[in-house]
Structures are given as structure tokens and as C-alpha cells.
Design a protein. Structure first.
Ligand SMILES: Cc1cc2nc3c(=O)[nH]c(=O)nc-3n(C[C@H](O)[C@H](O)[C@H](O)COP(=O)(O)OP(=O)(O)OC[C@H]3O[C@@H](n4cnc5c(N)ncnc54)[C@H](O)[C@@H]3O)c2cc1C
Length: 408
């Protein structure tokens, strides 16, 4: 622990910092005060934004160009392996540090923040927390330090919210499994090197028949579809994956047959913290854009900030950003379905509303691609959909609320 802590702090420029054993494990208490490590991560990403991201985000979005150069730099900073231990090339950070990193990155470029979020929360953390030593050797190390990107393939053409309805099959053949089916919306599926795949071993068992596998994307029988044309996060990618007689060894099975649904759901509890952080970052960027503009723009003889309706909008934006941030940080320190769902629900809705105010404050320029407001607006909307739609998040919160009150 001491060695890895030292390495991580060196990267963050805090080699003289004193460490306590309580810094890294997931905390059970929630404090609004970030630790020095978490502040250091925030500071590091803010500097990265200024130097490598903020000025390029608009161009990457307009061109729909994947941010390869930025991902390479983030790998060098250690952020493509935020939580694993040093043994597997990771930074040994806690979930809140990763959350803060995603928030700040999304503030600079929503697409880059989303790529980092899915890679870490839905792929790296799953392999790190559930993988065997052999799986970690093959499917983790190159993904934390080697520049490879990992994906999470759960959704299918006929199974998005209704996960138990997946049709991709896994059939045992001696020491191997044969996978067949079609996955949709696989983020970074075009650039990725491996993916987690959920498949049913017995569809009559519905969710109890699902298993989780690790699949190299260059395996024979894996076909990547075209890049989906997206409204927002346009520098990120999502595509279909077709699996035709894909033969993988039994050692690529994660956990036991029948545990796949539970694995997917608990990983989504983490993934939703990542998407909530991504939404908070987009919302903060929209507030930054609106504030900068309102301070400069003069109408009716005074700057916009002095017009009551604009001040009112800015105030509402601030409240929405702060409430979403608090819920997101709380979810990152007390990980459970209800907290993650509540954070994602509020952060997604608030980001959409904040970005809408931003467009309004910029007036006609809010609609121009020469200004970032319209990009924030497009980027914000998806946070209510990927990682689980808002409607489902509300249902989850309601379910756990009644359960806690013995009212189910
Ligand atoms: C850019 C992007 C990236 C993505 N990345 C990934 C990825 O990396 N991996 C992956 O596996 N998936 C990914 N997805 C898929 C995403 O998680 C799904 O799109 C999402 O879960 C919704 O599923 P659906 O699109 O099938 O919508 P549906 O499930 O068809 O839902 C459509 C609408 O119906 C309503 N609805 C459906 N069910 C209910 C219900 N039970 N209660 C109330 N209302 C309901 C809601 O209004 C919902 O918005 C991505 C999607 C996008 C757009």
C-alpha cells in the first residue's frame, strides 16, 4: 500500500504528502470535504483540461473524431486504471477520486469524460474486482497502462432497459464457450480491444440463466458495426457487435454461470455514478459558459448578469449543479443501487435543464456551433439515457424507498 500510494502521489505531484490507511478504501461515511488526494486528482485533471482538452473539445465534436491523443495522455497520467492496485498498473484511487476525474474531464470535453467513465467503471473495475489472477493478467494490465480500451456489452437490439430479455447465447463445448448474438450501443466498441459480454446459457431461466464473459475484440467471429451517428458526445463512439460462433476458453467466464445478471446490475450501480459525474461536468461547463457570456454581454445598457431574469437563471443553474454534485459524491462514497440511481436521475435531468438555460442566456449565439452552448445542450441529453434511462432510475429509487420502509 505504501509503495503504491507513493507512486500515485508522485504522479499527482504530492510526493511529500503523508498517507493514512483510510485514504484508499471506499468510505462508509460521507463528507462534503474532498481529501487531499481527491483534490490533487481534480487539480491534475483541471490542468489537463487547460493544456490538452478544453480548446479542442468543440473541434473533436464537430469532426466526430475519437480523442486518441487525449486518451494516450490520460493513460500516461494513470487515469485509465484509476482504482486497481499498482500490481496491475493502477493508481489505487477510490471511487470518489475517479468520480471527480470524470466530472472534471467532462467539463472540458464530454466525449472524453464518457470514454474514461465507461472504460473505468464498467470494464476495468469489473475485471479488477471480479477477475481471476489469470483474467487480470490478460484483461487488466494492458488496459490500465498499455493504452488499450475496454468495453461493456450488455444492451441488445431488443433488450435495453429490459436486460433479462437478452438473446445472445453461450453454449458450453468442452473447455470452451461458443457465443452467438448481437450487442448494440457498445461504447468504444470500434476502438476497444476487449469487452465484457453478457449472454444467456439458458433463456428459460430469464435473468438466472445469464453469464458474464471476457471477449477479445479481435477474436474470430466478432464483427464491429459502423459508428452510430449521435446527437451528443460525438467524439465518443458506440457501435453494434455481432458475435458469430465466437469460441472462447472457459477461463474467460467471470464468476459462475447464472451470476451474470447480478454482476451486470452491480456494475451498473458503479457505471451510473460515472454517468452522473459526467452529467455534473457537462452542467458545470454550461454554467461556466453562461456566466462568462453574461458578464460580457450588454443589453439595455447593462451586462446580462444584472438583468433579474438572467440572474435568476444563473442561480437556478448553480443550485442544480450543486445538488447533482452532492448526490453524485455521496453515491461514490456509499455505493448502493438507490444512491446511484438517485444521483443519475438528478444529475441527468439537471444537466439537461442547466444546458437549456445556457443556450437561452447566449440568445442567438446559443444556437451557433461557434459557441459551446449548443454542444453542452446536445451532450447533456444523453445522460438521461445511457447507463439506464431516467424512468428506470426513478423506479429503482421508489423500489428501495418502499423496501426500506417495509412497504413493498
Ligand atoms: C451513446 C450511447 C452509449 C451507450 N453505451 C452502452 C454501452 O457501452 N453498453 C451497453 O450495454 N449499452 C450502452 N448503451 C445502451 C443504453 O444503455 C440503452 O440505450 C438504455 O439502457 C435504454 O435502452 P433502450 O435504448 O433499449 O430503450 P428502451 O428500453 O426501449 O426504453 C425506451 C423508453 O421506454 C421507457 N421505458 C422502458 N422501460 C421502462 C420501464 N420499465 N419503466 C418506465 N419506463 C420505461 C422509457 O421512457 C425509455 O426511455 C448506450 C446507449 C447510447 C445512446
Amino acid at each position: 500500500m505504501a509503495t503504491s500510494a507513493f507512486r500515485s502521489t508522485s504522479k499527482l505531484g504530492l510526493s511529500s504528502l503523508k498517507w493514512s490507511n483510510t485514504l484508499f478504501p471506499q468510505s462508509r461515511t460521507f463528507s462534503v470535504q474532498l481529501t487531499e488526494t481527491q483534490y490533487a486528482v481534480k487539480d491534475m485533471v483541471q490542468r489537463f483540461n487547460e493544456e490538452h482538452l478544453k480548446q479542442k473539445a468543440g473541434k473533436l465534436d464537430l469532426a466526430g473524431r475519437f480523442p486518441f491523443e487525449q486518451i494516450k495522455k490520460l493513460t500516461n497520467l494513470g487515469l485509465m486504471g484509476a482504482t486497481p492496485s499498482e500490481e496491475y498498473g493502477g493508481m489505487n484511487l477510490d471511487y470518489l477520486s475517479l468520480t471527480v476525474a470524470i466530472e472534471e474531464l467532462s467539463r472540458g470535453c464530454a466525449s472524453t469524460g464518457m470514454i474514461l467513465s465507461i472504460h473505468n467503471f464498467l470494464y476495468v473495475n469489473l475485471v479488477n474486482e471480479l477477475g481471476t489472477p489469470e483474467q487480470k493478467e490478460q484483461f487488466l494490465r494492458c488496459y490500465t497502462t498499455g493504452g488499450k480500451i475496454g468495453c461493456f456489452a450488455l444492451s441488445e437490439p431488443d433488450a435495453g432497459s429490459d436486460v433479462a430479455n437478452i438473446k445472445t447465447t453461450a453454449i458450453r463445448d468442452g473447455n470452451h464457450w461458443i457465443l452467438n448474438g448481437k450487442k448494440s450501443w457498445v461504447s468504444s466498441g470500434i476502438e476497444g480491444s476487449a469487452t465484457v459480454v453478457f449472454a444467456t446459457c439458458d433463456s428459460s431461466l430469464r435473468h438466472k440463466g445469464i453469464a458474464c464473459f471476457l471477449v477479445p475484440l479481435d477474436a474470430e467471429g466478432v464483427f464491429r458495426g459502423k459508428k452510430e451517428p449521435l446527437m451528443g458526445v460525438r467524439a465518443a463512439t458506440a457501435c453494434d457487435l455481432t458475435l458469430e460462433e465466437v469460441r472462447i476458453p472457459n477461463s474467460y467466464l467471470v464468476g459462475e454461470v447464472g451470476e451474470g445478471f447480478r454482476i451486470a446490475m452491480s456494475q451498473l450501480d458503479q457505471g451510473r455514478i460515472g454517468i452522473a459525474a459526467h452529467a455534473v461536468g457537462i452542467a458545470q461547463a454550461a454554467l461556466d459558459t453562461a456566466m462568462d457570456y453574461a458578464k460580457e454581454r450588454v443589453a439595455f445598457g447593462k451586462c446580462l448578469t444584472r438583468l433579474p431574469s438572467v440572474k435568476d437563471r444563473l442561480t437556478e443553474m448553480c443550485i442544480m449543479v450543486e445538488t447533482a454534485r452532492l448526490l453524485t459524491y455521496r453515491a461514490a462514497t456509499q455505493v448502493c443501487t438507490k444512491n446511484s440511481a438517485m444521483a443519475k436521475y438528478v444529475a441527468g435531468r439537471n444537466a439537461t435543464a442547466v444546458a437549456d438555460h445556457c443556450v437561452q442566456i447566449l440568445g442567438g449565439r446559443g444556437l451557433s456551433t461557434d459557441y459551446p452552448a449548443e454542444r453542452h445542450y446536445r451532450d447533456a441529453r444523453g445522460t438521461q439515457i445511457y447507463g439506464g434511462v431516467t424512468d428506470i432510475q426513478k423506479r429503482l429509487v421508489g423500489h428501495y424507498l418502499l423496501k426500506e420502509n417495509n412497504a413493498l
